[in-house]
Write a protein that binds this ligand. Sequence first.
Ligand code: URA
Length: 236
Amino acid sequence: MKRALKQHVESLAQMGVTHVPRSKIKPRAKVSSQPAVHEPGEPRSADPENLMAEIVKEARACRACPLYKDATQAVVFDGTPRARLVFVGEAPGFEEDKQGVPFVGAAGQLLTKMIQAMGMQRSDVFICNVVKHRPPGNRTPEPDEAAACLPFLQRQLAIVQPKLICALGSVAAKALLGPGISIMKIRGSVQQYAGIPLVPTFHPAYLLRNPSAKKLAWADLQLVKRLIDQPSDSSG
Ligand code: URA
């Protein structure tokens, strides 16, 4: 318990937070993201884990754009498909391509600290990218590459049906809200994607290059936390 508290305080410090009001942190029930055990030939149930496993299989075989040619593997998601909160990034980088897990490099370590500073763990949320194969040299994905991969992201969001989506950076925000948006103008606001509230914020890689923006990102994440902790409207 002491170690968890220490880790939380360190995460807040990494985010540039030196003071936090007392708040209640509600632990969430742990749900495994592993597909259920399944015998060959047996029909799979349509639960979120199995549906997500199907997307993993299809993304691994995807040839809709040329990015697969230089990539080691498709990087599809981390966390739980039953999450209330989804983080959407841009595309896998060097470490993600090697490990097959999104957000595990330097920017990913900052994202992990941001999640911990919100009182959660990576296993409580769902983490994915617009583009599933690493663009060579970590370049920004081209609009046609993002468009070719978008159906996977749309299906992932339809499976998870989160309470809120947090778009990390311009590529994610544009993929989900339209190419005309400016991340600088709309970060920290509540937008809508397919009837789901969406809060855009800075990409963690941008925060590594511009640490003074961490304060604004922390304000955005506090808004995200408030919204996901709000009781759901049961009237409709
Ligand atoms: N940047 C991203 O946008 N996604 C990752 O998975 C890693 C770095």
